[in-house]
Write a protein that binds this ligand. Structure first.
Ligand code: KIV
Length: 271
């Protein structure tokens, strides 16, 4: 597909049939979305922004307004990728009507292509209500960051046979509601493989092995910008935190030495 044509739902949904790996990253701002867009099939405005942009301890304090504002910012930078916006904690999980109302608001106000919610088969009524309202939806199963308090931490899922089977059942039930794709976070390779083989929609893995039809990482993790905690599944392709530190140190040195601004940076009367 041409780099300047926006990818659509069909393109994302048929990735497994084409045998192509979906390249996905998170984005939260216009300049980063612009830089990532030519390389990615899908950009997720993840509620991980609570931690990597706002310095919160987890994603639970992220609001719908924050997601809408960052969704708008990302949409301003995108010409190519399919854009998904996360529904934040408290905006969808207790009430199907509220889920549809808030998801519609996110879609209308940002102009994004789809939304994502976290949850397994306990959320089937919500997935179904979103599908019935024609809201393109991605599912997020396995390790669900919005359940961190309920679960007492971030725990890898599917280590026991029962848990692995229940993840597979979740994926198959959710698929029937008509989701576009299923994000699988934090599970062991054999369970990810069974889910991939057991559904026909694309699976997008994060800490879920190479078995998945696509991969997603939090861009601040893979760019080496968020370094508070680097999970095992993250590969750093750049060291931006270190680059910023070096750039700030060089700037401070030059300002203190009165080497900056130099002649080239100073406005003068035309001669
Ligand atoms: O919020 C997020 O960034 C996510 C990814 C980890 C998939 O949900």
């Amino acid at each position: 597909m041409a780099q300047n044509a926006r990818l659509d739902k069909e393109y994302i949904m048929h990735a497994p049939q084409r045998g192509e790996a979906l390249v996905c990253l998170t984005a939260y701002t216009t300049p980063v979305a612009k830089a990532l867009d030519p390389h990615c099939d899908l950009l997720l405005v993840g509620d991980s922004l609570g931690m990597v942009v706002y310095g919160m301890d987890n994603t639970l304090g992220v609001s719908l307004e924050m997601m809408i504002n960052h969704g708008k910012a990302v949409m301003r930078g995108v010409k190519h990728a399919f854009v998904v916006v996360d529904m934040p904690y408290g905006s969808y999980e207790t009430d199907a009507d509220l889920a549809v109302k808030n998801a519609r608001r996110v879609m209308d106000e940002t102009g994004c292509d789809a939304i994502k919610i976290e949850g397994g088969s306990e959320m089937l009524d919500i997935y179904q209500a979103l599908a019935d309202a024609s809201i393109p939806t991605l599912a997020h199963i396995g390790l669900k960051p919005q359940s961190v308090e309920k679960e007492g931490g971030y725990k890898i899922k599917g280590k026991s046979d029962d848990e692995g089977l229940s993840l597979l059942t979740d994926a198959q039930l959710i698929e029937k509601t008509g989701v576009i794709a299923i994000v699988i976070e934090g599970t062991i390779e054999s369970v990810a493989r069974r889910i991939v083989d057991g559904v026909s929609v694309p699976t997008i893995g994060i800490g879920a092995s190479a078995a998945c039809a696509g991969q997603i990482l939090v861009s601040d993790d893979m760019l080496g910008l968020f370094t508070d905690h680097v999970p095992k599944f993250v590969k750093q392709y750049a060291q931006l935190a270190q680059n910023i530190d070096e750039a700030a140190a060089a700037y401070a040195r030059e300002v203190r030495a009165r080497d900056f601004p130099a002649d080239a940076h100073i406005y003068k009367r035309a001669s």
